[in-house]
Write a protein that binds this ligand. Sequence first.
Ligand code: UD1
Length: 424
Amino acid sequence: MTGGGTLRGDVRVSGAKNAALKLMAAALLAPGESRVDNVPRILDCRLMGEVLARLGVGVSWEGASVRIDASELSAIEAPYDLVRRMRASIVVLGPLLARCGRARVAMPGGDEIGSRPIDLHLGGLSRMGAEITLEHGFVDARAPHGLRGAQLTLDYPSVGATENLMMAAVAARGRTVIDNAAREPEIADLASFLSAMGARIDGAGSSSIEIEGVDGFHPTAHVTIPDRIEAGTWAIAAVASRGDVTVHDARPDHMELLLSKLHDAGAEIEATPGRVRVRQPLRPRAVDFVTLPYPGLATDFQPILLAMLAVAEGTSIATENVFERRFLYVDELRRMGADIRTEGHHAVVRGVPRLSAAPVRALDIRAGAAMVIAALVADGVTEISEVHHIDRGYEHLEEKLRALGVEARRRGDRRFVADPAEAR
Ligand code: UD1
């Protein structure tokens, strides 16, 4: 792209996928109808709706709101055909076990970014008294006499394990402490939903969460927090394309480290509650970064930042500490002329002035977002295939890109074309 394709204008972020999925699962705990608002209408949320429907729960959508009627559950199983398509389905394990004393959830496999075990989820539930067996590809968990509170120290601050254990502990007898808990904002959001349902939780958002089990829950309504990864994606896109983008409904306090990295890359940032404006007057400068659990830099930003750094001035070093295979997509960026070398969990990015359009694949949600950024800074028309991966994380992507001045269109349901030269 020769300077014509800068992103300019306003964009509104959707609700956080990674919060909404867990809020939907948490609704299983309360007999009656709960409502979750600001839910992105993307495939993963629809799949979570299907998981709940298979359990006998009423699920009805109205715009960005989903009503979940968990008055009665008629099944305790999350089947493989759904878990395979959306591995976050594993978070129904905790609330199902807490409510029904039994849960069967298909064992999720690994994926394009790593092996993704669930040992921390299962280890914690066992310590709370669940009997767990793994048979025929299913996790079968039983707690016929209920769960009991326990002192849990996670080997690693896993987001999913913290959430699953929190949703089990709220209904256990006595007190549970989760130490070395994940501190992501989505955890605090889940805790505030659970508290509104009657749970007693202290410290969510810190590395030590204390939960006092209660006997019952009542349905409630909750507004999902904004998606910090989507907000960050737009901010990175603004910097990569030397644009000027105002991201609305963002929570700058949830993306401080990313914004400071973008500042180091030369961006001018104005952050006010609910809004971030990112302007990049010159070619971005190289920056080094390391991914870590929150408040460290999110691993989800890694591919997206790498696409930006591919056209930065100078050499950047990126270190991926969360998922072991999260550099597979780098080959796709190389097809577009990026100069990136990976060695174990490090990547060395030597910035080139611009990329060159080529047909590329979206390997997963964030690798797909990286291809979109790369397309913005490439000469010519980039065709991204397997775009259903991007749809799993980004609502109304083409519309939002078009509103920012980029010509983006879908050919069939699997191809996505971004042509910066056609920008205003
Ligand atoms: C969530 C997010 C994902 C994000 C990730 C890290 C959802 C739906 N997904 O995934 O977008 O990239 O957090 O911020 O919310 N691990 C174990 N054993 C376990 C669980 C995890 O070893 O039992 C390891 C994983 O292999 C990985 C690391 O812990 O290396 C982080 O995983 P985790 O925090 O659990 O991520 P998810 O909850 O799966």
